[in-house]
Write a protein that binds this ligand. Structure first.
Ligand code: ADP
Ligand code: ASP
Ligand code: MG
Length: 592
């Protein structure tokens, strides 16, 4: 007999009829011989209404009371779902997070799961009941109700599937699966049959709201097969399988995403010495602001600009502490722009192909869209654009990489298919006392790279496209790219290339600078330190720990790039070993 977890999102339980449709689906799965656990979200927009109500009472509700309030939405829907199942003649029991024993930490409104007890669920399942679990909620050590953050029912579902060692976790939602980009933004978006954990992890955190990104961390850590499907389709459409296969065998890019409401801050003219990044980002962490893109270029004349983006809602808080940090560090100025959006491309194929980033830059420049900033990592490129051009930018990159066209082949990067190679989840849970804790896979050092910077290039459409086309057409593989947020209509572009290509790249850049303007500087060998793992971005402390450890070792950070699965920092060529030792020590307690 199999065990299936079925999760139904808000729109899939928005009214009585939809609740009945979901109930029938669960009963059918049970009749097919499976034990069934349902995870249910609050009905329709109920959680938004509750948030709204709280706002009408106060601007600053306590986290504890917010969670008390928000958790009621799911409590309503699990009870109704149980009634629906009863009325259809099957047996079911609804349970709150507390009744299941979903233990979390105490960080209200964004709590992390620490453990889940399976006893009660197992017993009910063995008695032939369908278990209906309230999504998005748990309790802390002192029995306070907590919630996991907006969209968190996905995480409840995948976590339950992990601890119950379920055969599948089905996510029922209001679209047919995971699309190449949000189908509500672009009509030409195409449903993917397969996507890898790493790709959806990046996409989810870059704006693809279809899955809560922390649920994918569980999926990856515990190797849970996840199927995303449309709850309203009557035929059993296959949806999208999130697992070890990806579409990106014959293409570099598999999806694109948009984060609409970002704001950017630049702390300009920061003295370039060890510890500055740590000062800035620890202050932001202290006031609970999650930093998104970090764009730090190699500094000119002993000065650096530290730029980053935050969600627009966090701008006032972030600006206040940035000004404090700037004063402490003796920086020149703090600049900001509230009206930007981030457009990203993601694909496993990118890690092994050159000439991907420049195609993105060219597609944007053809639409006269200026790139305000760039960051890259192994499997993604993100650019910042003005918000009124965001949709056009998304469309341009979706077209450029022909994402509407189905791929011819699929890449399987895992060992075996979904069914094999599955770790014993229960054993892992037993080992990992806290399920959602940060897991660091490796800390590594790359001593093959060099970097260079083109300072003060005009900040207008087409410049980065020119540079990276020229570099790619000479067969030079560019690893990290960082383009600073422009100042006085000038921007700095730094990137890394293999040391063996350094002279060649310098020559290309020199010729380009004659034509485009700007000055090539800071051409030298570097060391790249990388921390890789699961939950890198959602555990905001990772970057901070790195900056702290490097600052204590008196190592200056020259460039930074972050993604869901890794943080890279560029340091001086002869500081690699010292940095590696410092980082290994800093992550000792979480190294797998
Ligand atoms: P649920 O209530 O079922 O959890 P959500 O609203 O959280 O549903 O997620 C589904 C929505 O995610 C879709 O309606 C779609 O607009 C949006 N979305 C964003 N990016 C993507 C994508 N790449 N693929 C599919 N849907 C996406
Ligand atoms: N109801 C919660 C929310 O709207 C959790 C969820 O639906 O996943 O965020
Ligand atoms: Mg959701």
């Amino acid at each position: 007999m199999g065990l299936i977890v079925q999760k139904f999102g808000g729109t899939s339980v928005a009214n009585a009829e939809k609740i009945r449709v979901a109930a029938r689906r669960a009963i059918r799965a049970q009749q097919d011989g499976n034990q069934v656990v349902m995870v249910v979200s609050a009905m329709g927009h109920q959680t938004d209404h509750l948030v709204d109500l709280a706002k009408q009472i106060t601007d600053a509700p306590s986290g504890r009371e917010m969670d008390m309030l928000l958790s009621t939405g799911e409590q309503v829907s699990v009870a109704l779902m149980a009634m629906a199942i009863h009325s259809l003649g099957a047996e079911a029991v609804s349970l709150t997070g507390a009744q299941i024993g979903i233990r979390t930490d105490s960080s209200h409104t964004k709590a992390r799961i620490q453990s889940i007890s399976t006893e009660r669920m197992r017993k009910l399942l063995e008695d032939g009941k369908i278990v209906i679990a309230a999504g998005f909620q748990g309790i802390d050590e002192d029995f306070n109700i907590t919630t996991l953050g907006r969209g968190g029912s996905d995480t409840t579902a995948v976590a339950l599937a992990a601890v119950l060692n379920a055969d599948a976790c089905e996510i029922y939602t209001d679209v047919d699966g995971v699309f190449t980009t949000d189908p509500r933004l672009l009509a030409e978006a195409r449903k993917m049959d397969h996507i890898s954990h790493d790709e959806i992890l990046e996409l989810a955190s870059l704006g693809a709201g279809v899955m809560h990104s922390r649920s994918i961390e569980f999926g990856k850590k515990f190797n849970v097969p996840i199927h995303v499907r449309n709850s309203q389709s009557f035929s059993d459409e296959p949806g999208t399988v999130i697992g070890s296969e990806s579409e990106s065998a014959d293409r570099a890019v598999s999806g694109a995403a948009l984060t609409k409401n970002e704001a950017q801050i630049t702390i300009a003219g920061v003295p370039d010495h060890p510890g500055t990044s740590y000062t800035v980002f620890s202050k932001l962490a202290d006031v609970n602001v999650a930093v998104d893109m970090i764009v730090q270029n190699a500094g000119a004349e002993g000065q650096a600009d530290i730029s980053f983006t935050v969600l627009e809602d966090d701008l006032p808080k972030a600006l206040a502490v940035s000004k404090q940090a700037a004063a402490e560090l003796g920086a020149e100025a703090v600049l900001h722009d509230a009206g930007v959006s981030k457009v990203s491309i993601v694909g496993l194929g990118m890690a092994t192909q050159s000439g991907v980033a420049d195609r993105m830059f060219r597609a944007l420049s053809d639409e006269e869209i200026n790139i305000e900033a760039i960051t890259t990592s192994e499997i993604k490129v993100s650019v910042l654009v003005k918000r009124d051009q965001a949709l056009a930018a998304l469309r341009a990159v979706h077209d450029e990489f022909e994402l509407d066209r189905p791929p011819e082949t699929r890449l399987c990067y895992g060992e075996g298919g979904l069914a094999t190679g599955r770790p014993d989840a229960v054993a892992i849970v037993a080992r990992l006392q806290r399920m959602e804790d940060l897991t660091i896979e490796s800390v590594s050092l790359d001593e093959t790279q060099a970097q260079m910077t083109l300072f003060d290039v005009p900040d207008h459409p087409g410049i980065s496209a020119r540079i990276f086309e020229a570099v790619a057409s000479n067969g030079i593989l560019v690893d990290m790219i960082v383009q600073s947020i422009g100042r006085d209509d000038l921007a700095d572009i730094s990137f890394t290339v293999p040391r063996t290509s350094l002279e060649n790249a310098r020559q290309i850049l020199k010729e380009l600078s004659n034509e485009l303007g700007g000055e090539v500087k800071d051409v030298h060998a570097v060391a790249i330190l990388t921390v890789k793992g699961i939950g890198i971005r959602s555990h905001t402390g990772v970057g901070l720990r790195m900056f702290k450890a490097l600052a204590e070792a008196k190592i200056n950070v020259e460039m930074v790039s972050t993604s869901e699965v890794r943080v890279n920092v560029v340091v001086g060529a002869n500081e690699g070993q010292t940095g590696l030792t410092a980082l290994k020590k800093a992550f000792e307690d979480v190294l797998a």
